[in-house]
Design a protein. Sequence first.
Length: 285
Amino acid sequence: MSTPTSIPPQHQSHQPGLEAAMRPQPDSGADDYVGSGRLRGRVSLITGGDSGIGRAIAVAFAREGADVAIAYLDEHADARETVELVEGAGRKCLAIAGDLGDHAHAEAVARQALQQYGKLDILVNNAAEQHPKASLEDVDAGQVEATFRTNVFAMFHLTRAVLPHLKAGASILNTTSVTAYRGSKHLLDYSATKGAIVSFTRSLALQVVDRGIRVNGVAPGPIWTPLIPSTFTAEEVAEFGRKTPMGRPGQPFEVAAGFVFLASDAASYITGQILHINGGEVVNG
């Protein structure tokens, strides 16, 4: 598994970005991850599963014995690659395109996954967008609405659609961010959504604990995913992750391992918690 210490300057003009265009390629763990059956027989639904952290989660879950459904926006080539990687691990993979911010589509995604597999055991709410701005005055209403629609509303829509079908032992896992804890002066609306996800995770965990369903989250730091070159300038990308104590950006496979742990029986006494995978930055919570 590769962990490069620096990233060459690069930029993509369209968000969400494409993993195929990134150099170096993010490491999803597809070449090295060896599973041990920790998710054998389970079915997972992963949003933003076409690339980046979502792809790495899909690969890791498949190597641990789970069938996978991925939901993504419109990155069809990346999604096909994820399907091939999951199927190459000997598991099934269903790919569903569309905007999860539309509650009707979110309900359709849940319905298609359930029709395909007959059940769901793990929901991973991972899809997100971000748009840096230098000042709050530059963040217009349209941007705020779009960011909350993708990062928060979609999570509510899909979780609500899936929840009636989850049984005791199921897990809901949400991707928040280090920015929810330390803030980000250029990502005000994004950081606000990630703070909302922390509260959503803790509150839902309390609501469903009596049903035997666990709800946890992962707060990544700077991870090398398509969101990075499609968000920042080439010069900013070249500095990405260097300020962490480890001095480098993280790779998607390093985050996926946390999702495997939280989804597995090894985390059976953990709910309402956030796992921090950020290269050594100490944050509260």
